[in-house]
Design a protein around this ligand. Structure first.
Ligand SMILES: Cc1cc2nc3c(=O)[nH]c(=O)nc-3n(C[C@H](O)[C@H](O)[C@H](O)COP(=O)(O)OP(=O)(O)OC[C@H]3O[C@@H](n4cnc5c(N)ncnc54)[C@H](O)[C@@H]3O)c2cc1C
Length: 505
């Protein structure tokens, strides 16, 4: 019995229980791929980092039945006001609103989706993912650490330490390195990274200070401050008593470890502009560098999330990019493990996801400029303002295969199939709800049914809820054309029509 536990086998070992590893666990469970997820820490990270989850990320959570759970916790996040808005000034209390910085623009101009961008601290989202994974029976082991690994041609052998300190062996067909920006797995595989060097250094200080009355009616998402004593940026965590202050520092002059709690408290009070009680909780340094791994794969090991790419938080891209990495890889792995696809399919993980990370990294870096982050043109950013790519284009309208983005989703091969509300089997659904497990064909009223995959034809198998929407207006395809959709909702590279395809009667 003991022997059995000391030497285990699994198709997939996920290393890291951050937001990307947990998401990977949920997608693996969805595709019925058994896995073991290990996370070194006993609990999810208490450090506030991501607060913006794109509509596309919510679509991915919707596909595993978690849209409602995430939206429910997001509704509890903000104690007053709402997420959005930017301010700038000498101190937080003296700051003025930037007139054009309004997150409602992102909602108003959002691409059609059954989901919306949500603002919710990562610290609230990760527990929802972990709980769902555990309730669904996912083998999720917090307090377990990867110590070493070896890879031979067929498998990866991992030596892990359990919470009681015993060393165990896990033999895995595949390993997902979701072990964060300092990824030991990436280092041991000698995978180099390239990108853009940092131009700003910050110490992220998570603190509690009750500013409920002071910010009432003037809540914000970000507040940039600069005065004689301190400069940095406040990110609101609940618009009342939880904040993270990103203290700007010059690494040639000071090191973040050198500041005592007392010194940091003094700096935070100078940034707030009031001598009020402040309790420091956690601190963590970071900088604005962009780094993308040269390779996303080494044999049976795949990098994902921060292990594969790091970028500044401006724009809120990195966690979203990492979650989409996992989603892209796992349906492919399911097909390979089921014997439905050649293992070469797994190589498309890197060729599809690496360009997205590079583009998002460059865009995040451009948003180091505070105004650019809110799409406000200024003297400082006029030289590169035109290079800024819209949030929806980056998050939703990227196109695989050609390393580009599109102006609108119209069922172009390599893009996410467009959303429209449909009536299907007596339910109101999104077109996206038709996809998720296998390849699916979706076509116009007179399109052929494709042999070997489930087919949905407009007018026969589903109706558009909005009667002004037609197959052609949604997709640009003719009534006798259909598209093959991958399990991740992306249009495959083969379109077919009644003149090209055998029909099934
Ligand atoms: C200030 C800030 C704000 C941000 N805001 C946004 C935002 O708004 N939107 C956005 O999309 N992104 C944002 N990000 C980025 C986002 O937080 C990260 O991209 C995301 O947390 C990465 O998740 P991950 O799971 O890849 O890595 P991590 O969260 O780093 O998780 C890796 C996990 O692996 C574990 N681990 C490491 N080694 C081992 C081992 N040997 N054995 C077992 N476990 C191990 C670690 O303990 C850790 O829990 C922000 C980042 C910062 C710093």
């Amino acid at each position: 019995m003991l022997q059995h536990h000391l030497n285990e086998e699994t198709p997939v070992l996920v290393v890291g229980g951050g937001i990307v590893g947990l998401s990977a666990g949920l997608f693996l469970h969805h595709h019925q791929i058994p896995f073991i997820l290990i996370e070194r820490n006993a609990a999810v990270s208490p450090l506030p980092r991501a607060r913006g989850f794109s509509a596309r990320t919510l679509e991915l959570f919707r596909s595993v039945g978690l849209q409602d759970g995430i939206e429910a916790v997001a509704r509890t996040a903000w104690k007053q006001g709402r997420f959005g808005g930017a301010r700038r000034g000498r101190t937080m209390l003296e700051s003025e609103s930037l007139p054009l910085a309004d997150i409602s623009k992102l909602h108003a101009e959002a691409d059609p989706s059954p989901c919306e961008l949500i603002a919710c601290p990562q610290t609230l989202v990760e527990p929802v993912l972990r709980r769902a994974l555990e309730e669904r029976g996912g083998d999720t082991r917090f307090g377990w650490e990867l110590l070493h690994f070896e890879q031979d041609e067929g498998r990866v052998t991992a030596i892990v330490r359990d919470p009681l300190g015993a060393e165990r062996t896990i033999s895995a067909s595949y390993v997902f390195a979701a072990d964060g920006g300092r990824s030991e797995i990436r280092r041991r595989l000698n995978i180099d990274r390239h990108g853009i060097d940092p131009n700003r250094y910050y110490l992220n200080i998570f603190l509690e200070a009750d500013l409920t009355s002071q910010v009432a009616g003037r809540t914000f998402s970000q507040c940039e401050i600069a005065n004689e004593e301190v400069s940095g940026i406040f990110l609101a965590m609940n618009n009342a008593n939880q904040w993270s202050f990103h203290l700007a520092y010059d690494p040639t002059v000071s090191q973040p470890e050198q500041w005592s709690d007392q010194q940091l408290t003094t700096l935070v009070k100078a940034a707030i502009g009031a001598d009020i009680p402040v309790t420091l909780r956690y601190r963590s340094p970071w900088n604005t560098r962009v780094r993308v791994a040269d390779r996303y794969r080494d044999g049976h090991i795949f990098l994902m999330g921060d292990a594969a790419h790091l970028m500044p938080p401006w724009g809120g891209f990195n966690a979203n990019t990492g979650i989409a990495d996992a989603h892209n890889l796992i349906w492919k792995l399911a097909r390979v493990l089921n014997g439905e696809a050649d293992p070469a399919l797994l190589d498309t993980y890197e060729s599809e996801r690496q360009p997205v990370a590079r583009r998002n990294g460059e865009q995040a870096w451009l948003r180091t400029d505070f105004d650019a982050r809110f799409q406000i043109r200024s003297e400082d950013n006029s030289a590169f303002f035109e290079q800024l790519i819209d949030y929806g284009e980056l998050q939703m309208r990227y196109r695989y295969g050609v390393d580009d983005t599109v102006d609108a989703l119209r069922a172009q091969p390599g893009t996410r199939f467009p959303h429209a509300w449909i009536g299907h089997q007596g339910h109101r659904r999104s077109t996206l709800d038709l996809f998720g497990s296998s390849f699916v064909a979706i076509g116009g009223p007179s399109a052929p049914r494709r042999i070997g995959v489930p087919s949905y034809l407009a007018g026969t198998d589903f109706l558009f809820v909005d009667e002004s929407v037609t197959w052609r207006s949604l997709t640009g395809l003719a009534d006798d054309e259909a598209a093959l959709i991958r399990p991740d909702g992306f249009v495959d590279f083969s379109l077919f029509s009644s003149s090209l395809c055998r029909t099934v009667v």
